[in-house]
Design a protein around this ligand. Structure first.
Ligand code: DOR
Ligand code: ZN
Ligand code: ZN
Length: 410
């Protein structure tokens, strides 16, 4: 007898099968095409699909001195609402996570307040000795300054010293100093620098939010198995034309031209990871020029909508938001396998809804997709065997736990 049995259609491999998942002590105990019996049974009706718990490897949860923008609590509730069971916390906070003491504070904060599971990042910028005193799940390097203003003076040295996988914001400091519009060359040049370092250093590297055809080409042509990258929904679905119409769409790296956007889609099958880069600011800060777009509560639905339009397949979502994040970051306790955490994202592919940011859990009460009708919605989120979100309602207290991470494999 299992604690909980989920019955319905679920994805394993590239196939949708009808069956049952037996869960005990928060872990997957059995995956069966037949019937299983549980203390509690949840029947997932027709038209809905049980996906493995989706992971967002790039979110800014603020808190500390920026609780007005987002808190660990509001941001991780937003995650569960959007169907994300694990988030990767970015360390460009105020104060920034540059020392082991601040890292400890972050750890304590997440223990108390996180509703979703999480990975913790540490900011690398000439503080290698301090980095070695931490056991962060990943290390973040900004090649050029972004929100928070901290960037690395020497990418290769910070990258070589990193205790584990590095996620890099690739924009060249010289190019952005000369041109605050941050043209494609800023990204392309930085990615060239990062790839050339990766050839020598040969350690796991994840390039964040690739937005240009040139940057993408540089990574793909190098073909380094220890280098992975992310693409955001905003770079997949929006362009600089949208930004011209709506100044709130300011983000680093900026929205690009149609040619760059098309290049992302033409290479869609080679994109390892989709991540939101959820970057909440108050409306007032946005109006004063803050860069960043909130994305936790729209990313999965946008992708489901793309499935309905025949642009991608359901399996692409699983690959880019579950399988590859687990592989690249070496997450040991996640995956649709017996013995792993029972995390699930239940979606209704046919459900139509209208994006209303005032109904979101994030404190960023705006969205690029405000007023848009989307077909496809997350209807339930299950975290380690507990229903933590159902029909837009967050259920229960914060009970997120930190991932069990390796050093990454990119
Ligand atoms: O637009 C951005 N916002 N780009 C970044 O690199 C950081 C992020 C933030 O933290 O606001
Ligand atoms: Zn970034
Ligand atoms: Zn970011």
């Amino acid at each position: 007898m299992y604690d909980l049995v989920l019955k319905g259609r679920f994805m394993t491999g590239k196939k949708l099968i009808e069956g049952s998942i037996g869960i005990s002590d928060g872990k997957i105990s059995r995956i069966s095409i037949g019937e299983l019996e549980g203390e509690e049974e949840i029947k997932i009706g027709r038209g809905k699909v049980i996906l493995p718990g989706l992971i967002d490897v790039h979110v800014h949860l603020r808190d500390f001195r920026q609780k007005e923008k987002e808190t660990v609590e509001s941001g991780t509730r937003a995650a569960l609402h959007g169907g994300i069971t694990t988030v990767f916390d970015m360390p460009n906070t105020d104060p920034p996570i540059l020392d082991s003491k601040t890292f400890k504070l972050r750890e304590e904060l997440f223990k108390k307040k996180a509703h979703s599971d999480y990975a913790l990042g540490f900011l690398l910028s000439g503080n290698c000795q301090e980095a070695k005193r931490t056991n962060a799940d990943f290390y973040k390097i900004f090649m050029g300054a972004s929100t928070g203003g901290i960037f690395s003076e020497d990418f290769e040295s910070d990258y070589s010293c990193s205790p584990s996988i590095v996620s890099v914001h690739a924009e060249d400091p010289e190019v952005i100093r000369e041109n605050p519009k941050r043209p494609p060359e800023a990204e392309i040049r930085a990615i060239e620098t990062a790839i050339s370092a990766a050839k020598r250093v040969k350690k796991p590297l994840n390039v964040c939010h690739v937005s240009t055809a040139g940057g993408l080409r540089t990574i793909l042509d190098a073909g380094l198995p220890w280098v992975s990258f992310e693409v955001t929904p905003h770079h997949l679905f929006l362009t600089e034309k949208d930004h011209r119409r709506r100044p709130l769409l300011k983000v680093y790296p900026p929205l690009r031209g149609e040619g760059d956007r098309k290049a992302l889609w033409e290479n869609f099958s080679r994109i390892p990871i989709i991540a939101s880069d959820h970057a909440p600011h108050t409306l007032e800060d946005k109006e004063n020029g803050a860069a960043g777009i909130p994305g936790l509560e729209t990313e999965v639905a946008l992708l489901l909508d793309a499935v309905n339009r025949g642009m991608i397949e359901l399996h692409d979502i699983v690959e880019k938001m579950h399988l590859n994040p687990i592989r690249v970051f070496g997450i040991r306790n996640k995956g649709l396998e017996v013995g792993k955490d029972a995390d699930f994202t239940v979606v209704d592919l046919k459900r139509e809804w209208i994006v209303k940011p005032e109904e979101f859990y994030t404190k960023a009460k705006w969205s690029p997709w405000e007023g848009r009708k989307l077909r496809g919605k997350v209807v339930m989120t299950v975290l380690r065997g507990r229903v933590v979100m159902e029909e837009d309602e967050i259920v229960g207290k914060p009970q997120g736990v930190r991932i069990n991470a390796g050093k990454g494999n990119a």
